[in-house]
Design a protein around this ligand. Structure first.
Ligand SMILES: *Cc1c(COP(=O)(O)O)cnc(C)c1O
Length: 341
């Protein structure tokens, strides 16, 4: 397969349209057969459910080339399952998990020329999503939906090394108890935009959200889960029903325990405790782990001993091990690597 002539190392994270995307429609109680289309545009009625009441969910994952030249996707079964959970919470008809995998497989095959070559540091970002399409004016779920998935090549997340982030404790809340924080829905992002624009304007890279009920416990950022390392090398991650269950974070915990022999704890993490940790990182598909160097709580600075120059040693080990599994340098646990043939 000839690859596109793209400067893979310098493309950044933006939308670069490719020729093919996948689409399937839900009507009269059933999903149609679905297939590939070259049409990147969607024409909707002015009263479509998604436009009026934000009935839309999405997923994010990556395809890449391993050292031995295979095109693979990391744990797409978990994205499929999470999208089913998201759909149920917003009263949308789930796109069946096995159809999700088939759609992603067709999509990546059709865009094989855009899967960046091994060693470029770039990857092919996959964005599945679905939304209510028919007209809805009284508040209720739509009856008709579209599932779509497109791909866009993205550059290496860390150009010239991973620079630790500075984050602020936000005065805004991300998700309410018993709300929708645990599903991957556009609505969770719409309301975070003001908070992130504000944080950026103040010179911070990200927001740390605390639990909305008591504002005493760590939740997550707008789009990544926290992982902390204690001074005696335990891995700690916050537990809460309003955190989005990151596939990267779940995979890193497994790696910590089974590959690195570290103790792991998923539990409530009081903000009070953050100053005692040795390292901090943000987990998500985009970067795997971004190191955090400093957390600022209303002028009060918490500086992790790992500093502002590089990843801390344990986070670095976790990063190297998980990316090693993804790239095929290390043996993966059963079922983690899906090969597109
Ligand atoms: C997608 C997302 C993450 C990261 O999840 P991954 O499955 O690791 O990509 C974390 N937090 C939020 C709010 C998200 O939407």
């Amino acid at each position: 397969m000839d690859k596109k002539n793209i400067d893979w190392g310098n493309i950044g994270f933006g939308y670069i349209p490719t020729e093919q995307r996948y689409v399937s429609n839900f009507k009269d109680g059933a999903w149609d057969e679905g297939g590939m289309t070259e049409d990147a545009n969607i024409v909707l009625n002015e009263c479509a459910g998604v436009l009026q009441y934000a009935q839309t969910i999405f997923e994010g994952m990556k395809a890449y080339t391993t050292e031995d030249g295979r095109t693979v996707i990391f744990r797409p079964d978990l994205n499929a399952a999470r999208m089913v959970d998201s759909a149920k919470r917003l009263e949308m008809p789930p796109f069946p998990a096995e159809r999700f995998i088939d759609a992603i497989d067709q999509l990546v095959k059709a865009n094989e020329a855009y899967v960046p070559p091994y060693g470029s540091g770039a990857s092919l970002y996959i964005r599945p999503y679905m939304f209510g399409t028919n007209s809805v004016i009284g508040v209720k779920p739509a009856d008709e939906y579209q599932f779509r998935a497109f791909v866009t090549p993205v550059g290496p997340y860390f150009k010239g090394g991973a620079k630790p982030l500075t984050i602020k404790v936000s005065d805004f809340d991300r998700a309410a108890p018993h709300g929708t924080g645990h599903i991957k829905a556009g609505l969770n992002y719409a309301m975070s935009l003001h908070a992130i624009v504000t944080a950026h304007a103040e010179g911070y890279d990200e927001n740390m959200y605390l639990d909305a009920a008591t504002r005493t416990n760590v939740e997550e950022t707008g789009g990544a889960n926290f992982l902390f390392v204690t001074k005696d090398n335990k891995i700690v991650t916050p537990k809460s029903d309003s955190i989005l269950p990151s596939i990267t974070r779940r995979s890193l915990l497994y790696v910590a325990e089974h590959y690195l022999g570290l103790e792991v704890e998923e539990r409530v993490v009081p903000f009070e405790e953050v100053k005692d940790f040795a390292e901090c990182g943000l987990c998500g598909t985009a970067a795997v782990i971004s190191p955090v160097g400093k957390v600022v709580d209303h002028g009060n600075e918490i500086c992790f001993p790992s500093g502002m120059d590089e990843m801390g040693p344990v986070i670095k080990k976790l990063y190297d091990t998980l990316t090693g599994i993804q790239m095929g340098h290390l043996e993966a646990p059963e079922g983690w690597i899906y090969e597109v043939k």
